[in-house]
Design a protein around this ligand. Structure first.
Ligand SMILES: Cc1ncc(C[n+]2csc(CCOP(=O)(O)OP(=O)(O)O)c2C)c(N)n1
Ligand SMILES: [Mg+2]
Length: 520
């Protein structure tokens, strides 16, 4: 058996049966084996950032890694930004990088480069399969490593000769790694902090924003009066009717400081201590209020939901979680702005939808307008690297083909990875995209002021031109149609509501280009 077949067999035997890919010459044996191992589903992406973002969205919904097949250092580099977001989400991803045959390396052929230097940036585990004999075992180790709590990106380099040579064999799947057990001492300490009845914040992150974590945290809040917040950008959060509501820490440091004002203790459950997203001259990076203490109940390597449940059983026995009700907003009418956009989403959101939020400034009203919508999952851009929305929505749709995916997508961010639309059309992914066209990098107009570069109104024309996308105007609906996706335009709230209802009722991908004036 050749290495490529042993690799593919080991992956599917280990539960990795989707591979998002953008292959090249060094990966042709792997591509060829797709017909020999039909349990592996190959999904072609036209840019590596689409493949890596899709793998992130897929695993956020399944809890299982997808594989990503990339072409040497440049292919891996193109996929890096969304691997960065995956790393920040603690998403398991098995990256396979095809490389030159081992004996070809020292010729320094044009595609030769430092693959390891690129991979280490995002990978918690890295290995080169030295020969065909090693490939099966290395693949099984890679899958297991990706699932090491809290989950990580792993990179396995597959030299072309290891891929095409005989002498390989599939390896048995490895036992799944388990999270660290509940730390009883940390539970004792948190219980003691809560017993003081001083203003205490329970900050949830990672697996803590899943349903079990939310239910336990809600019990703790109800019994002790503690406050609870989620990290700024959770990997995945169930929301809406039947789920305990969770507000998130604000992106803007000054807003977060207001949320944290008066807090004496912060108890971390899968989250990190709050810091400002960026540094701003004269403002603090550390957002912990002066004099407040920070206690780690559970970090990401531990079983965060089980720890929260242990704490709830201690401080809130017999207390039940408080669940959100079903009270979606009325369908909006009139002009389209960020509030009408949010109301349209909340009013029409189908049961069990998956919302991928890369709406940037246009997401302002979304959390409130969907808090009491039908139950859904919310996916955010964990690492701040834009160009994540469309690819992640694609991956989520492939992970959950029976659910509706709504991608609320800002225009500037969309333009990094528009090619995801073609894969959505080809795979008939159930993704409805609202492409929020505000003709601008609106957030950067705000950041221009916040960093102290000068008030936006007074920025010179050369600077303003760098944050403006209006000339020439970009026709996102036409781009979508060019990729084979049904697309319409909405310029009123009523048109958006009607287009959403139609898109949800029909299978396959739809794009609605919504003209929304920029907030800034
Ligand atoms: C990979 C990457 N490149 C660049 C940036 C810097 N950046 C942050 S927001 C932004 C513009 C976002 O514009 P858009 O998506 O249209 O959202 P809007 O601010 O208009 O709501 C840019 C370029 C980034 N965060 N990540
Ligand atoms: Mg914009």
């Amino acid at each position: 058996m050749i290495g490529a077949r042993a690799l593919m067999r080991t992956l599917v035997d280990s539960g990795v049966d989707v591979c998002f890919m953008n292959p090249g010459t060094s990966e042709m044996h792997f591509v060829h084996e797709l017909d020999a191992v039909p349990r592996m589903r190959g999904v072609l992406a036209l840019f590596e950032g689409v493949a890596t973002g899709a793998a992130d969205g897929y695993a956020r919904m399944t809890g299982r890694p997808a594989a990503v097949l990339l072409h040497l250092g440049p292919g891996l580099g193109n996929g890096l930004a969304n691997l960065h977001n995956a790393r920040r989400a603690h998403t398991p991803v098995v990256v396979i990088v095809g490389a030159h045959a081992t004996y070809h390396e020292h010729y320094d052929a044009p595609l030769q480069s430092d693959i390891e230097g690129v991979a280490r940036n995002v990978s918690g585990w890295y290995r080169v399969s030295a020969s065909a004999r090693d490939v099966g075992r290395d693949a099984a180790a890679a899958v297991a490593a990706s699932l090491q709590a809290p989950g990580q990106v792993v990179t396995l380099v597959l030299p072309a000769d290891a891929s095409w040579s005989e002498g390989a064999a599939p390896a048995r799947p490895r036992a799944l790694p388990t999270a660290q057990p509940v730390d009883g001492e940390a539970v004792d300490q948190a219980a003691a902090v809560l017993a003081r009845r001083e203003p205490t914040l329970l900050l949830l992150g990672g697996a803590g924003t899943g349903e079990r974590g939310l239910r336990a945290a809600s019990r703790i809040r109800a019994a002790t009066g503690a406050r609870m917040l989620g990290e700024v950008f959770p990997a995945r959060q169930p929301r809406g009717a039947g789920v305990p509501p969770l507000e998130r820490l604000a992106y803007l440091a000054e807003a977060a400081q207001e949320q944290l004002q008066g807090i004496r203790h912060i108890v971390l459950a899968g989250a990190r201590s709050p810091v400002s997203f960026f540094a701003y001259p004269g403002r603090p990076s550390d957002l912990v209020p002066d004099g407040a203490s920070v206690h780690t109940l559970a970090d990401g390597t531990e079983d965060v939901p089980a720890t929260l449940e242990a704490l709830a059983d201690r401080v809130a026995p017999g207390t039940v979680p408080q669940l959100g009700g079903l009270a979606p907003p009325a369908a909006p009418a009139g002009g389209l702005d960020v509030n009408a956009l949010a109301a349209a989403v909340g009013a029409t959101l189908p049961q069990n939808a998956i919302v991928v939020d890369e709406a940037q400034t246009s997401s302002l009203g979304l959390p409130a307008a969907t808090a009491n919508a039908a139950r859904h999952d919310w996916i955010t851009e964990t690492g701040g690297a834009i160009g994540q929305g469309l690819p992640t929505a694609l991956g989520a749709a492939i992970a959950a083909p029976d659910r509706q995916v709504l991608c609320v997508q800002a225009d500037g961010s969309a333009l990094y990875t528009h090619q995801a639309l073609w894969t959505m059309a080809r795979e008939q992914a159930n993704v409805t995209t609202i492409l929020v066209n505000n003709d601008a990098y609106a957030i950067l107009r705000l950041e221009l002021q916040r960093v102290g570069a000068g008030p936006a109104g007074e920025a010179g024309p050369a600077a303003r031109r760098m944050l403006d996308l209006s000339g020439p105007p970009i026709d996102h609906a036409a781009i979508a149609r060019g990729f084979g996706v049904d697309a319409v335009r909405a310029s009123t709230a009523g048109e958006l509501v009607a287009a959403l209802r139609r898109a949800y009722a029909e299978p396959g991908p739809h794009l609605i280009e919504a003209a929304v004036p920029p907030l800034l």
